[in-house]
Design a protein around this ligand. Structure first.
Ligand SMILES: [Zn+2]
Length: 336
């Protein structure tokens, strides 16, 4: 099956009352691990690439690896999504490459650092929606800013999403999915203590969902940073300071209130690093990359299987026939 529309994946998730993990990838082993986990758990899944991942893979390696993924795992509905497009041109080039979904993050200016104003965000996001929908491609927007910095992207400032402004933003832009800022942040160092209701504004998700029941909500920075993964790295010579991520129960609460896409990157990075460190610590003479990349791939797969099960997407791969982007294009055209 070809790469499928993220819009359809999220519509189906809404109908089924579950969430879909969106996993960041940079290389072949990560893509294989996600696809193998999705196949084993019969999960629809989203694979996403940041601007950093696109330049690391030179785009063409990434897109061909994704095509290989759809050939090897025809039973897995998978969408390819651009994470944090910084300006319309970045989104347009992703669409040309074959991405089936793009994020226009107009909450920041094109430098990916400076918070923008509302009118700028509406303007650039609308521009992307018009061109993307004409190609059947899904668009995610962002309102409010997350904490933390990811691949050089982020202002480091947190501005929570305003629910009333979210309604106006969705109406004026026509986006399919909205990334909400509720106090999560990018990277491994999210919280200095276990997050509670004061740190994570889960009530905001409920309020936004009640005002925008048909817009799919997205939680960024939603790695759980399990202590065992951090401990594994440190046991084999790493030095990662104590840190806390987003508890899975909070994500599950979000899924009950309209969260359909959950972005996870850090957890797989931690799993991969721990597995490689373990091999090197056990055999200092090892130099066959397959001997450490295969365990790294297995460790990442275990994380993906766990998240797919926790988010509820497991078991839903065969629920529906994927639509073509042409069918999505016609649907968007009819809706205008
Ligand atoms: Zn993000």
């Amino acid at each position: 099956m070809p790469l499928v529309s993220m819009r359809q994946l999220l519509d189906e998730a809404a109908a089924g009352g579950y969430g879909v993990g969106a996993f960041n990838v940079n290389n072949m082993e990560q893509i294989q691990a996600v696809m193998d986990a999705a196949s084993d758990t019969r999960s629809p899944v989203i694979i996403q690439a940041s601007r950093g991942a696109r330049s690391y893979t030179n785009d063409r390696f990434l897109i061909h690896l994704m095509w290989a993924a759809t050939e090897v795992y025809p039973e897995v509905p998978v969408a390819l999504h651009l994470d944090h497009g910084n300006e319309p041109d970045t989104c347009f080039s992703a669409i040309e490459q074959g991405f089936t979904s793009v994020m226009m993050d107009g909450s920041l200016l094109a430098d990916g650092k400076t918070p923008s104003d509302f009118e700028y965000n509406v303007r650039v996001t609308r521009q992307v929606v018009e061109r993307a929908h004409a190609a059947g491609v899904t668009v995610e927007g962002e309102l409010g800013t997350l904490g933390g910095i990811e691949d050089g992207h982020g202002s480091g400032e947190v501005h929570l999403t305003d629910p009333d402004q979210a309604v106006e933003f969705v109406e004026r832009t026509g986006i399919d999915a909205l990334a909400v800022a509720i106090g999560t942040s990018h990277g491994a160092y999210k919280f200095t203590k276990p997050p509670d209701g004061e740190v994570l504004a889960m009530n905001l998700i409920e309020e936004i969902h009640s005002k925008l029941p048909d817009t799919h909500l997205v939680m960024h920075g939603s790695s759980s940073v399990p202590k065992e993964l951090v401990d594994e790295i440190n046991r084999y010579g790493g030095e990662i300071a104590p840190t806390w991520g987003v508890p899975v129960e909070e994500i599950q609460l979000g899924i009950r209130h309209g969260v359909r896409k959950i972005n996870v990157d850090t957890d797989a990075r931690l799993a991969m690093t721990g597995a490689i460190r373990k091999v090197f610590a056990g055999d200092k003479g090892e130099f066959d990359p397959r001997k450490y990349l295969a365990p790294a791939r297995d460790a990442m797969k275990a994380v993906y299987v766990e998240r797919m099960t926790q988010f509820g997407q497991a078991g839903h791969a065969g629920d529906y026939e994927p639509l073509t982007l042409e069918e999505l294009r016609e649907r968007y055209a009819a809706a205008v």
